[in-house]
Write a protein that binds this ligand. Sequence first.
Ligand SMILES: [Ca+2]
Ligand SMILES: [Ca+2]
Ligand SMILES: [Ca+2]
Ligand SMILES: [Ca+2]
Length: 619
Amino acid sequence: MTNPITILLAWSAFDLFNHQITKSPFIMPLPARYAKVKAFVTVLFVLLLGTPYYLVRVYTSSESSVPSGRYGFYLSDVTEQMQVDFVHQKPRFDPKLNNIMPHIAALGASVAITDVDNDGWQDIYVTSSRQGTANALYINRQNGTFENIADSIGLAAVNEPGTGVSMGSIWGDYDNDGYEDVFIYKWGFQRLFHNNGDRTFTDVTEASGLGRWMNATCAVWLDADRDGLLDLYIGGYFSEVHNLWQVTTTRIMQESFEYAENGGHNYLFLNRGGGRFEDMTQAYQADCTRWTMSVGAVDLNGDGWQDLYLANDYGPEVLLINQKGQRFEQQVGTTLEETSKSGMNVAFGDLFNDGKHDVYITNISKRGYLFQGNNLRRNLLDETGQMLNIADGETSDAGWAWGAQFGDLNNDGHTDLFVTNGFVSADPDEDYWYEMSRVAMGNNNIFQDVENWALMGNQSLSGYERSRLYLNDGTGRMFDVAEAVGITDRYDGRGVAFVDLMNRGVLDLVVASQNAPLKIYKNTLTTDHAWVAFELVGVDSNARAVGAEVCVYWNGQQQVQVVTGGSGFASQSQRRLHFGLGDSPQLDRVEIRWPNGKTQALKGLALNTLHRITEATNR
Ligand SMILES: [Ca+2]
Ligand SMILES: [Ca+2]
Ligand SMILES: [Ca+2]
Ligand SMILES: [Ca+2]
């Protein structure tokens, strides 16, 4: 429960809370001499607020006990029923980092959706992050249950001592043989496995040239030079000079809370064919030593070339515009550089059904200490050159937010947004925020060194937060319905993937939480909204058409989606594109822009159907 000191701190910063503090990212409590007056006012304030708060609680808790279908859908936890019993294990590092071990060990729970065996049913790969623990590959048995076959397939034991531990995975068919291969990004040696198509995998890391030591927190497949071969971009978090199990210094932390550039290098590896990748980072000007937490690839400026969007911790977002496959150039003047926060997530969605990709970046908010606000950026690159932050009170505050994903959960034709959150849930009565904000007020010489941070111990840091599920009301405005539709867990969420697990024409959710059980939420629609889905097969383009865009036109509306090679923090949703269409839709036409730039128009497509479309080619 909230103790009086927390209430006081919250109150003393209450007026500041609504204004972003630019000098220091943290809000400090008032000096003690103001405390008594404040305490009295605070008690009155709390009493005044108490009654309605109590009523709200009674209302929402009774509401959340039975999920409501009034928004067109509800979600049920079917994890056990589906025979999925995965629990993520957090890492343990060098005891020299003990002061803030829970802080440093707070990453690694990820989820990726893939169809490993091409049977048309989506499978789930999840990572664990303690040395010696196993990753899991849950194969879809097509009957509502799953089976973990990671061990027999060779994808379990990838966290062995001395090799580092998994932070996440992205699936992509790098050799165009029709089967999805997997790159596992790690704090440690990166790994690439080739899918042999017969439920076996071969470790091809060494020949690929990708097996270098990094503290990588994200990666994405994209065809950067449009040669039909998938390339790879990897984001480094801690500098790659550090081995977190054997540190040579405790000065491993950020040099600034707002403009740190002492993180790990990022890398662009171009796929040269034959299973070989070449480090082209410098030639393509694709490096960044900010603390990159998440990366997404999409053509934001509409020139047909996939751009890179970086969410960086302790720094501003970075947009790297692809210069016709020759190099990347950082776009300036977009307003990205004007707001420095704690970027965690990059997700793309067509929020306004205007055929453009908008972007959602998660950040940190904690009442009384820090209000960064999430960024919901409307893509106005064509009009004003800006990626305009339009987040409002609802979408800006999702707590200490991590992975987020766009997708139409009620098939009404408007994309919705799910956000995971919570940093460290330990002792619910002890909070590390005060001590952390004291460290943050110091200079960079102080907070770069783990030894100068107060012992975190078993204190929580923005723990026990509840996920947000923002429904799009059809105008691009969003409101949270998470608890009403059945999302009530308080785990420290990290990755989230959207996937039609049982081929029913709806998007289910898979949520990976740190040091906690994986959760599968089945989506049940309470309307008969129509939908249409697409699975693309590249011929001249890469085999899974990563980078292709599908724009659906119906009832005077349009919506664009992109085939991605990973999206959202530590996540990869299904590669199929799912479009809700609402009531009685008249599907006008569908336009596909393939990764090589060629377009294909389709008419007369059936509703409520998954369409497998093969790239038209002159060959
Ligand atoms: Ca499958
Ligand atoms: Ca392959
Ligand atoms: Ca572009
Ligand atoms: Ca919707």
